[in-house]
Write a protein that binds this ligand. Structure first.
Ligand code: ATP
Ligand code: MG
Length: 489
């Protein structure tokens, strides 16, 4: 492809050279000829004038001076009769009075003409001058064969053409160099565009050079960059959609699974009761208790799911205001105290300065702290301790924490801890009545208020859960910081 371009460019340059040579030939040749004849005219005239001085009185001595002429020399009498001629017999020659150059000389001027000689039968260029001495009124004529003139003209024309061709050589070389360079660049552009059609958007052309090709390269680079960007975006959106779809499916499976266990239990014990167990009061009471526990579990599960979906869909309405951090901590510690005491767990409150406030929804913060405290108490053995506290984090945030001296969480589980239904020890969590939604709710409620969550934990040493809240109004809408996506956690 690029070789073809190269050949075309070279052919074009060669064509231009051919046209130039033809024009030079057409224009220069007649001029060279005219100019040559002009100077030949002068030359022959001077020679004839020099020879005039040597003219003999007697025609018999004419051949001596004719030798000096270097051309055909003719001597004509005033009446037109040829007295002598260096190449023909004068006696046999016609009267020359009517020959154009002779007629002009007889009229007293230097005459010239380019024509065929009737005597010799070939073309001549004649120059005739009127003779003053020694035979006044006669005419001396000097002639050069036209073939000689043509030969001289051809030589001169060839010299001009050679000079023109030589002058063109650098131009041809330069054009060839440009053609090769341009075709090389075009070749790279063609390869590049072929790559684009095959979906390769990562390579780039050298766009630093100027001119049309440089501009084209820069534009193609820009196009490729945009395509690459768009492709990446589509790919990441696609991956995101796939992820969301996977999560949605997992969620549906999880929810059905979580619902099925208590429902199956309720159904089983109800049937057992109906089948006769109801007649035995002790057994009936035990079964009814189990039925109640499962019903409570279902209620908790649906309530938690409802909270989660409301927050995620931005349907939860928050009542944002400034609240004293110590007040939030104390209220929660008070409400959790009975639960902790039942397990013999000490609750400590790590307060901040009384002036420290956070901008939040107090109900939501209470829910967050309750979930964290419940976990801390639930996963801490009897006699352990739980600390609920806060500390300023920078100028615009307060970090709350709930620390326990409990079982701790293995490192590999930490990253998934805030996902819905994720439990470290499934059986144990279920036995303790957990739905696996508590931390997911914590995360979403925190995000909705412009904060963030994290956890630190070591097995057998205890865990600390942290969440931040802004101290100022961040301009968060009442339905939460972000329309939270339907995400994993
Ligand atoms: N303080 C903690 N110490 C040890 N493990 C914890 C702690 N808090 C949470 N976990 C682990 O994280 C899992 C998820 O906690 P999450 O609160 O979401 O669910 P849950 O407590 O099992 O159920 P619920 O929805 O009733 O809170 C728990 O099952 C537990 O394995
Ligand atoms: Mg929990």
């Amino acid at each position: 492809m690029t070789a073809r371009i190269f050949i075309k460019l070279i052919l074009a340059v060669t064509g231009v050279l051919a046209v130039a040579l033809t024009s030079v030939n057409i224009i220069a040749t007649p001029r060279v000829r005219a100019s040559f004849l002009n100077s030949l005219h002068g030359e022959l005239q001077e020679k004839a004038q020099a020879l005039e001085l040597l003219l003999p009185r007697d025609a018999a001595e004419f051949p001596h001076i004719a030798q000096l002429a270097g051309g055909r020399l003719t001597w004509i009498a005033p009446d037109g009769k040829v007295l002598a001629d260096s190449e023909a017999d004068a006696a046999r020659m016609d009267n020359h009075a009517n020959r154009p150059e002779v007629a002009q000389a007889l009229a007293g001027k230097t005459g010239s003409s380019l024509r065929m000689s009737p005597t010799v039968g070939i073309d001549f260029f004649y120059v005739a001058i009127p003779v003053k001495v020694p035979a006044p009124g006669s005419v001396l004529r000097l002639a050069v064969s036209a073939a000689e003139v043509d030969e001289r003209v051809r030589e001169l024309r060839n010299a001009v053409l050679l000079a023109t061709t030589l002058a063109f050589i650098p131009a041809v070389l330069l054009a060839g160099w440009f053609a090769r360079r341009a075709s090389g660049r075009l070749g790279r552009i063609i390869d590049f565009t072929r790559g684009l059609t095959l979906g390769n958007f990562t390579s780039r052309l050298d766009g630093s050079s100027r001119g049309e090709l440089g501009l084209l390269a820069a534009n193609l680079n820009e196009t490729s960059e945009k395509l690459q960007f768009m492709l990446q975006r589509i790919e990441s959106e696609h991956a995101e959609l796939e992820k969301v779809e996977r999560i949605r499916k997992d969620f549906v499976i999880n929810v059905s699974h979580e619902l099925r266990t208590p429902l199956a239990s309720i159904q089983g014990y109800t049937e057992t009761l109906l089948d006769g167990a109801v007649e035995q009061p002790e057994l009936a009471k035990k079964f009814l208790n189990i039925i109640r526990q499962n019903a409570e579990r279902l209620t908790r599960l649906t309530a938690d799911l409802l909270v989660l979906s409301r927050v995620e869909l931005g349907q939860q309405t928050f009542k944002f205001a400034s609240y004293a951090v110590n007040r939030l901590l104390d209220d929660n510690a008070d409400s959790m105290l009975p639960l902790a005491q039942r397990k013999g767990i000490g609750v400590h409150v790590d307060r901040v300065a009384d002036s420290v406030e956070v901008f939040c929804d107090a109900e939501a913060v209470h829910q967050i702290l309750t979930n964290l405290m419940e976990n801390a108490i639930k996963y801490t053995p009897e006699g352990g301790s739980v600390t609920l506290g806060a500390r300023p984090a920078g100028t615009d945030k307060v970090e709350f924490f709930v620390q326990d001296s409990g079982t701790g969480i293995p490192a590999e589980d930490l990253s998934r801890l805030f996902e819905r239904f994720y439990r470290v020890d499934k059986a144990r969590s279920k036995a303790l009545g957990g739905t696996g939604l508590g931390l997911a709710i914590v995360k979403h409620l925190t995000l909705a208020q412009g904060g963030d969550v994290r956890v630190e934990s070591r097995v057998n040493q205890g865990s600390t859960f942290y969440f931040t809240l802004p101290t100022q109004d961040l301009g968060i809408s009442e339905s939460g910081a972000i329309q939270q996506e339907f995400t994993a956690s």
